[in-house]
Design a protein around this ligand. Sequence first.
Ligand code: FAD
Ligand code: SF4
Length: 330
Amino acid sequence: MHPFTYSRPATAAEAVSAIVAGGPGARLLAGGTTIYDLMKLNVEKPTHLIDITRLEGLDCIDAGGAELTLGALARMSDVAAHPQVVAEFPALSESLWRAASQQLRNMATLGGNLLQRTRCAYFRGGEPFPCNKRKPGSGCAAQHGLDRGQALLGGSDACTAVYPGDLAIALVAFDATIDVLGPRGERTITVEELYREPGDEPHIETNLGPDEMILRIRVPKDAAGRASTYHKIRDRESYAFALASAAVALDVDGDRVRAARIAIGGLATRPWRARAAEQALCGKVLTSRAAREAGETALQGANPGRDNVFRIELGVRTVADALMIAKHRT
Ligand SMILES: Cc1cc2nc3c(=O)[nH]c(=O)nc-3n(C[C@H](O)[C@H](O)[C@H](O)COP(=O)(O)OP(=O)(O)OC[C@H]3O[C@@H](n4cnc5c(N)ncnc54)[C@H](O)[C@@H]3O)c2cc1C
Ligand code: SF4
């Protein structure tokens, strides 16, 4: 591991000042469950770690108002088990329960979860594998390598790494926003806007400034929240990243869909909102055939490689099954 300095600021403003002072080598430390891993692999080499674990007020879970407010330091396990989150946003709770392991969820924070990095084996494998995300311009080992786990949506010639997280998929379906703090003050962006497709700059993964930190996540409350689910398909039923996942929320008028929200995970380079599939469902009775058609629409444009073609059909069925699960919650 490379040497680094360490500081523990007392306020969020001090943390931002420490990022600015630390320059490009500064990194925030929250639960540490991802950043320490990447440091041990020499993929992340911070020169200064800014420990934000003790900042006050950033671990809140407030479901009392018109929106749910979740502090960036709220623990995954606490949010997953919160009674109001379970009742009003089942997809959110399920996305957290189905992520990682209990030990990790007890340490890991929501802010760190949103900013975890891809599990692409060539990215994490370090030298000698070329990787445009790790080292811009070096090439992409996945292009001629094993591509079973690579993205089918949103990839480019430079990178097809999957965005691996679960929580962000549910947040994108719920139109959630994040408040971020930087040297010029606070701003708000949607969770969907946070993530970038790789294009020819796969090393720039988010639209967060290098000197900004996430303060909190805000999720609007509405009828669709209660009729929602996060459906995750993986190689084993626990402690594994998604091969395909779908967060679905429904607003139903009698038999007919008034509004649907569908976001896909495990298959794309960023949390993937399937708006054409949502539109196609509006005004329809949600039968299993309509759900299947919505799944097919959601996967339109999928661009498989050699070993991951099977994940198109898997994605279609994951979306369709999620829609039927959510229907039973309306
Ligand atoms: C074996 C294993 C299995 C896993 N399985 C899953 C899974 O199935 N699904 C899933 O979603 N996740 C999974 N994870 C990822 C896990 O959820 C993340 O490691 C965790 O959520 C990261 O949170 P943390 O607080 O520990 O972040 P840290 O490791 O402390 O930080 C992660 C990154 O976020 C940055 N950061 C942290 N907080 C902020 C903030 N407030 N503002 C700006 N930047 C910030 C840090 O600088 C760092 O770059 C798994 C992890 C492991 C190790
Ligand atoms: S897919 Fe992306 S992360 Fe994986 S090796 Fe290629 S450039 Fe690196």
